[in-house]
Design a protein around this ligand. Structure first.
Ligand SMILES: *[C@@H]1O[C@H](CO)[C@@H](O)[C@H](O)[C@H]1NC(C)=O
Ligand SMILES: *[C@@H]1O[C@H](CO)[C@@H](O)[C@H](O)[C@H]1NC(C)=O
Ligand SMILES: *[C@@H]1O[C@H](CO)[C@@H](O)[C@H](O)[C@H]1NC(C)=O
Length: 317
């Protein structure tokens, strides 16, 4: 009722002036997370609310990109803005002339919206700008990739210690190096796809290539301990378990982040990778000090003990 009274009043005030009043936002920002961009444009004082007497023209930098003629219901859309459509065609008669464009097509620049109703018309301008806001913050991206590098470095260090201090078949060492190189290469490709700004399939796949193949580090740790210790002690099993737990947390974090922009629970993903790195560091220290098959200083009796005695030793500990 009140609205009706207001519009009647407005109509009375504007009688004779062939001018529609439009409003929107003078600056519209889009960021990496916007799949589509909405350019707002509303008419407040339509008199007839009849599509047949209306037309809408959207321009970018003075060039028409979208035209709708209500009389013959025809659209005329520039091919490079083929995704352009009304926010709500049904509400056009209520004055909603806002345009929706896919983000990739919505190039930054100055846009204008012109609406006509019979012989009245109105126009507003707006500037579409690149805004801040991305999938992961730069710092988060750097943190994730650094943790991945740390994981590789700690693994390489462990292999070096094992190679230098323990007796190891060269073939097994080669397998482990190959596994590690595969992980490093895949994760490196992942980092290259993940680091650039954006929320595209490339970025998502990149993050996946960093996180998922880290699973390879869990059996790798198992085999490395297998070289160093005659039998797997409780502590080594705990370290392998911790690494696996870190991996599972990282994968859960990845699943939460991959489908949301801005990402949800980045901390879960980072915590998972950090736990894996922590387990790797502890494993390195453990291998450095505790191995039972050292080349130079075998721990007394350990190397010649039967596995059975070893197991007893564990239980007595
Ligand atoms: C982009 O998305 C944000 C919310 O994520 C929204 O507030 C903003 O209006 C969108 N920008 C455009 C131009 O649609
Ligand atoms: C849009 O217009 C504003 C002023 O009206 C101007 O400062 C700006 O440079 C223009 N943007 C582009 C992309 O032409
Ligand atoms: C806006 O961002 C897009 C990519 O997101 C880029 O291609 C374009 O050059 C940027 N434009 C400006 C004016 O910064």
């Amino acid at each position: 009722m009140w609205l009706l009274a207001a519009s009647v009043l407005l109509a009375a005030l504007r009688a004779g002036s062939a001018q529609l009043s439009l409003y929107g936002t003078s600056v519209v920002e889009k960021n990496d997370c916007n799949k589509t961009v909405v350019l707002p444009c509303y008419v407040t004082d339509l008199k007839q609310n009849n599509e047949n007497v209306m037309s809408v023209t959207w321009k970018r930098q003075g060039v028409t990109i979208f035209f709708y003629h209500g009389g013959n219901k025809k659209f005329n859309i520039d091919p490079s803005f083929s995704s352009a459509r009304f926010l709500s065609k049904a509400e056009l008669i209520k004055g909603v002339a806002s345009l929706v464009i896919d983000s990739v097509q919505a190039t930054v620049g100055n846009y204008s919206c012109k609406v006509t109703e019979s012989n009245s018309e109105g126009e507003i301008k707006m500037e579409l700008k690149n805004g801040s806001g991305s999938w992961f913050l730069l710092m988060e991206r750097v943190g994730i990739v650094s943790l991945m590098c740390l994981l590789v470095i700690l693994c390489v260090a462990q292999l070096c210690v094992i190679g230098l201090k323990y007796e190891i078949e060269s073939q097994r060492l080669v397998y482990m190096i190959v596994a590690l190189v595969i992980f490093a290469v895949v994760a490196g490709v992942g980092a290259a796809l993940f680091i650039p700004d954006g929320y595209t399939v490339r970025n998502q796949a990149g993050l996946g290539l960093i996180v998922i193949p880290a699973l390879i580090l869990v059996p790798l740790q198992y085999f490395m301990f297998g070289i160093v210790f005659d039998s797997l002690l409780r502590a080594t099993l705990a370290l392998i378990g911790l690494k696996l737990l870190g991996f599972i947390i990282a994968v859960v974090g990845f699943a939460l982040c991959v489908s949301a922009c801005p990402p949800l629970h980045v901390s879960v993903l980072i915590a998972g990778l950090a736990i894996m790195a922590f387990a790797s560091l502890c494993s390195l220290v453990y291998v450095f000090f505790m191995g039972s098959r050292m080349k130079d200083h075998p721990r007394p009796g350990k190397a010649v003990e039967e596995p059975l005695n070893d197991a007893k030793g564990v239980m007595l500990e």
